[in-house]
Write a protein that binds this ligand. Structure first.
Ligand code: CA
Length: 234
């Protein structure tokens, strides 16, 4: 069991770097088409440059997706979509709208339902479970799919610390991750870990540090130094 540290945690992202997506054609494609599980957690840090509808954070086409709302929703909503093979099931909170600051977003699903967290806090849950369809597409960061019309869905912002677990994390674990973004927590179940140390623009790769070999190929996204960016957590 993890114990939450009582000290005030503060992550100064300026010590690090991240990947910047221009909102036009930048994305990262992951090699592994198998990143879909019945029990799964997807987490990342993001700082939007602009809030335009439908931006995709991370997607496995025809399986699962985390994005901003489009025409059918208020555009600042953060949305988890899961496709069950017939229909997309949408989860979002009308109580939370994202802004242009750094935020830590976590989405998870299991036999017991679906949950969305922002900055370590649960913003929406559903007790209705949805098992994602096991599509054959490669997951993408920053767009829906290279082989699908994607006008208006490119990410315009900065992403860091993308990770996937093949189990659900508890609320206290997610809170801990928010305060300790460089701790893998559970390496056995961590199947994707793209953190600042793995960014390798020269070779066009965002190396997966989970040890599972789920490296990403960078298409246009650029490395950004976070000298002026800063994250504080409470
Ligand atoms: Ca570009």
């Amino acid at each position: 069991m993890l114990e939450l540290r009582k000290i005030e945690a503060e992550w100064r992202a300026r010590m690090h770097k991240a990947l910047k997506f221009d909102g036009e054609d930048d994305y990262v494609e992951l090699e592994n088409t198998e990143l879909v599980f019945s029990n799964q957690t997807v987490c990342f840090w993001v700082k939007l440059n602009e809030i335009t509808p439908g931006q995709r954070f991370i997607v496995k086409r025809a399986s699962w997706s985390i994005r901003l709302g489009k025409e059918e929703h208020t555009k600042r909503y953060v949305i988890l979509d899961i496709y069950d093979g017939s229909n997309w099931h949408v989860l979002y909170s009308t109580e939370y709208e994202i802004d242009l600051n750094w935020h830590f977003i976590c989405a998870e699903w299991s036999d017991s339902g679906r949950r969305l967290y922002v900055d370590g806090k649960l913003i929406k849950s559903s007790s209705t479970p949805v098992t994602p369809y096991n599509s054959t597409y490669k997951p993408c960061i920053g767009r829906y799919s290279p082989t699908y019309p994607t006008s208006g869905e490119f990410l315009n912002g900065i992403i860091d610390e993308v990770r996937i677990y093949n189990r659900v994390l508890s609320e206290s674990e997610i809170k801990y991750l928010y305060q300790n973004p460089f701790d893998p927590i559970d390496p056995e179940h961590l199947v994707l870990w793209l953190n600042p140390a793995g960014i390798d623009v020269a070779n066009g790769k965002w190396w997966d540090l989970s040890g599972k070999g789920n490296h990403g190929t960078i298409h246009g996204a650029t490395e950004v130094s976070l000298v002026k960016e800063e994250v504080k957590v409470k």
